[in-house]
Design a binder for this molecule. Structure first.
Ligand code: BDR
Ligand code: CA
Length: 315
């Protein structure tokens, strides 16, 4: 299995992505680092600890607390209307005795990348702040990850927080830009171009409840509980019919089944500053690009196969 670290602002779709990673035989999930975003970092950390307990990991997955604010700007505020007040749609799950390790996420990345060069796959599903801080501390770690997959941004489709920006890039544009311009970082960007294609329906969850293995019943019951808010939100805002996009789960799936996404390398940079375009991915698609750095973007997805992959770990 692929040795994986997840970096999450543990909200609703993050929770499903983490459960998938815990249950997938393709993945050996070592650590979840937390970051502000959907909620603040303390809530994200608490949600993560509770979720890992619910998933039955019994302390085998470490939790490392990360940044609570963006690299160079004030926290622009979370969108609690998307993920509910506690980030998990108001769902209540029992607390865990496990504590986060004392290290910061940035220090942790620097340490593990240097200790185990080429071994670790990193999937970022919130603001890119923790990895950006680590790269600023020790730029040599850029080439020491096996792969770095991030959920963020949009190239050909509209944004979801502003007309042009996606939440994870909008919430810390400077951090996203650090990743874009770091040479040698094995980066793949899984953004709204593909995540808005991979839809989970209410019906899917009802069916999963009936078809899942006995040991996964508590996890699926939790998912049904917290996703109710997410279906309502996407119904209202995106006019989806009892369906919602699999943003973060698709990033994890792309990390282990890269053949399910079609990628294209584009020269890209992130719009920083406070203008209307903050957090926007600007790609130079001219014949001879001269702005930005070459980055691999997922622009196509085999959505039915990705959804099948997601469900398979619960059945
Ligand atoms: C991203 O923003 C968050 O709300 C989701 O968890 C996902 O990481 C989608 O834009
Ligand atoms: Ca997220």
């Amino acid at each position: 299995p692929i040795a994986m670290i997840i970096d999450a602002d543990t909200g609703i779709d993050d929770s499903l992505a983490i459960l998938y990673a815990v249950k997938s035989p393709r993945i050996s999930l070592e650590t979840v680092c937390t970051v502000f975003g959907n909620i603040d970092v303390d809530q994200a950390t608490d949600n993560t600890l509770r979720l890992l307990k619910l998933a039955g990991t019994e302390g085998s997955v470490g939790v490392v607390k990360g940044a609570n604010k963006a690299l160079r700007r004030e926290f622009p505020g979370s969108k609690s209307d998307v993920h509910g007040e506690n980030g998990i749609g108001g769902a209540v799950i029992p607390p865990s005795d496990q504590l986060p390790t004392g290290e910061t996420a940035a220090d942790y990345y620097v340490r593990v990348a240097n200790d185990r060069p080429g071994e670790l796959t990193l999937v970022l599903m919130g603001r890119m702040t923790n990895l950006a801080l680590a790269l600023e501390k020790d730029p040599s770690i850029a080439t020491k990850f096996r792969s770095v997959v991030v959920m963020g941004g949009n190239v050909l489709v509209p944004g979801n927080i502003t007309p042009v920006a996606e939440a994870n890039f909008w919430g810390d544009p400077e951090a996203a830009q650090v990743l874009m311009e770091t040479e040698g970082l094995p980066l793949t960007v899984v953004g709204l171009d593909v995540t808005m294609e991979a839809l989970l329906t209410r019906n899917d969850l009802d069916e999963l409840e009936l078809s899942c293995r006995e040991e996964n019943k508590p996890a699926v019951a939790f998912l049904k509980d917290c996703f109710a808010v997410y279906f309502d939100f996407y119904g209202m805002v995106n006019k989806l019919d009892n369906a919602c996009p699999m943003h973060d789960p698709l990033a994890v799936i792309a990390a282990v089944r890269p053949e399910l996404v079609g990628c294209r390398t584009l020269h890209a940079s992130i719009s920083c500053g406070d203008s209307l375009t903050a957090g926007m991915v600007v790609t130079d698609r001219r014949v001879i690009p001269s702005v930005g750095h070459p980055v691999s973007f997922a622009l196509e997805v085999d959505a039915p196969a990705a959804m099948e992959e997601l469900f398979s770990v619960f059945k």
